[in-house]
Design a protein around this ligand. Sequence first.
Ligand SMILES: Cc1cc2nc3c(=O)[nH]c(=O)nc-3n(C[C@H](O)[C@H](O)[C@H](O)COP(=O)(O)OP(=O)(O)OC[C@H]3O[C@@H](n4cnc5c(N)ncnc54)[C@H](O)[C@@H]3O)c2cc1C
Ligand SMILES: *[C@@H]1O[C@H](CO)[C@@H](O)[C@H](O)[C@H]1NC(C)=O
Ligand SMILES: *[C@@H]1O[C@H](CO)[C@@H](O)[C@H](O)[C@H]1NC(C)=O
Ligand SMILES: *[C@@H]1O[C@H](CO)[C@@H](O)[C@H](O)[C@H]1NC(C)=O
Ligand SMILES: *[C@@H]1O[C@H](CO)[C@@H](O)[C@H](O)[C@H]1NC(C)=O
Ligand SMILES: *[C@@H]1O[C@H](CO)[C@@H](O)[C@H](O)[C@H]1NC(C)=O
Ligand SMILES: *[C@@H]1O[C@H](CO)[C@@H](O)[C@H](O)[C@H]1NC(C)=O
Length: 489
Amino acid sequence: MAFRLIVGLLYLIIGYTQTASIGGSSKDYDTIVIGLGSAGTTAASTLARAGRRVLALEAQDRVGGRVHTVPFGDGIMELGAEWIHGTKSSRVYELALQNNFTVLPQDFEPKLYYGFKGKEVDGVLFMELINYALKVQGETPSEPLPLGQFITDRVFDYLKEKHPSVLMDKEFLNQYLHFIDTMVDSNEGTTCWNETTTASEYEELEGNQYMSWHRLGYKTFFDVLLNKHNNGSGLPTLDIELKKEVTKITWSQDPTKKVEVRCKDGSTYTADNVIITVSLGVLKERHETLFLPHLNEEKTTAIDKMSIGVVGKIVLLYSEKWWPQSNAFGFIWTLEEEQKLPDEDKWLYNVTNASETMGNTNSLVFWSCGNTAKLIETLPDDLVKRKVTELLRKFIGPHINTTIPEPVAMLRTYWHTNPYTRGTYTYDNLLTPQYPTARSDLAEPITDSSGNPRILFAGEATNSIHFGTVHGASETGFREATRLLQKSS
Ligand SMILES: Cc1cc2nc3c(=O)[nH]c(=O)nc-3n(C[C@H](O)[C@H](O)[C@H](O)COP(=O)(O)OP(=O)(O)OC[C@H]3O[C@@H](n4cnc5c(N)ncnc54)[C@H](O)[C@@H]3O)c2cc1C
Ligand SMILES: *[C@@H]1O[C@H](CO)[C@@H](O)[C@H](O)[C@H]1NC(C)=O
Ligand SMILES: *[C@@H]1O[C@H](CO)[C@@H](O)[C@H](O)[C@H]1NC(C)=O
Ligand SMILES: *[C@@H]1O[C@H](CO)[C@@H](O)[C@H](O)[C@H]1NC(C)=O
Ligand SMILES: *[C@@H]1O[C@H](CO)[C@@H](O)[C@H](O)[C@H]1NC(C)=O
Ligand SMILES: *[C@@H]1O[C@H](CO)[C@@H](O)[C@H](O)[C@H]1NC(C)=O
Ligand SMILES: *[C@@H]1O[C@H](CO)[C@@H](O)[C@H](O)[C@H]1NC(C)=O
């Protein structure tokens, strides 16, 4: 009896193992790529096109990561990245060109600025000072400073020389500084511009910083990489598994051992090496449980000291365009008006910017960042819709003859709430001068005792100069794929 029970148990165990191997490691992969954002998709497609057998595991039910094109209105909306930032030597722009896709510049001029009724700002001076601040932003003082402090000091020097009387106008200064603060923040994902350093290593690519995929959608980039565009058949040596959340990567110094990747659903896969591309936000939250053995101190310090920001979009769709002839609007708050806001509405003070998109007609995108964006993610739809409509009626209402209508649809982003992103993109924070090698430390592959790379790191955060962008993320995927291809195994 006991004997038969043991045999039965053994049979069960063997049966289980076999099933697991059919669903899992029955195939022999050279490389497992974790995450199919820009970095992972570039890495996986580069390796597969070179004939490597690749398995890509993506936690979400779609490819693209922090690029997310969805149908909206009479076209599409980009919930994540929207523009190609610069064209020269851009992997994204070049792919578009080579495939004869037209990408178009989105020109944000003229931009209309609105203050409160009776508190209109001097638009000419405002514009002059914004342009001055943008120019100064590109400069690097010899000693690293918080960006906000640096810009403020320079603007005050400029005013002293050009418009000394403005220095007495506390209200104007307040309005201007808050506006320009949120403007910087919306590019970094920070709560305050003093969280960013002047010592940032970020380098813009030459060319227009706002090239749009318009109605084609940024997802086209991924379709082409994966040979899915125009009903393409994919890549023969690349297997893609969606809804596969990786929970454990087990590796060994022993050159004869494979790397094992375990997923939340219990499936396991093995390969010679793994490229991990998850965001810095995901690494911060999970690195302690994700790797076995744990990451070394160099890597955990990098993960700890670097920062990822949050940018939020609220998109309102209208049955027709009711707003004045401009594709972008600035809302210029006064401190007095901020103080009138009840506590639960204070976040509106930091919503200072709305713009049209080239993905559809008749919608406006409202931008938020840092703690404001995090907070908005937690608010209910109807409240957000109502408050943003109030904002429009307050700022633009007095300037037009019609009543600003209710939107017919709304879309919102949840990049902080999303457990597979936990933020939008990294920025160089005040610790950057102290930890100048953090990004390259994170990018360093983990090798076995014979020096072969086993766990490789890609993703936007690992790009020392082009972080925070789709082209920069793609560069890192290409970098790690090339590292493996050069090691002709
Ligand atoms: C709102 C917003 C606006 C932006 N605007 C622009 C812009 O205009 N231009 C620009 O160039 N850049 C922009 N960016 C930045 C750009 O989108 C990112 O830098 C880039 O897409 C990051 O790519 P990545 O491959 O490094 O990471 P990701 O795209 O985050 O890819 C990582 C993938 O890993 C997956 N993953 C996470 N955890 C796991 C797990 N445990 N198991 C399996 N898979 C997992 C994720 O689901 C994700 O698909 C924007 C980003 C956001 C969010
Ligand atoms: C792009 O257009 C050129 C010129 O018309 C053509 O030679 C080329 O084959 C096209 N490329 C693709 C990928 O369609
Ligand atoms: C930024 O830092 C400067 C200098 O420390 C300070 O004067 C200014 O108030 C700060 N700005 C904000 C918005 O906190
Ligand atoms: C408005 O939002 C866009 C997109 O983030 C940004 O590039 C621009 O600087 C913002 N402008 C202002 C005035 O905040
Ligand atoms: C792709 O396939 C779908 C369904 O099979 C078809 O409707 C569509 O026209 C095809 N698109 C192209 C570009 O061939
Ligand atoms: C609004 O932005 C300021 C910095 O300009 C910040 O101090 C404040 O916390 C933000 N408010 C909210 C609700 O996020
Ligand atoms: C509003 O209506 C008045 C009177 O009809 C007109 O003179 C003015 O130009 C209109 N303003 C706008 C912004 O349309």
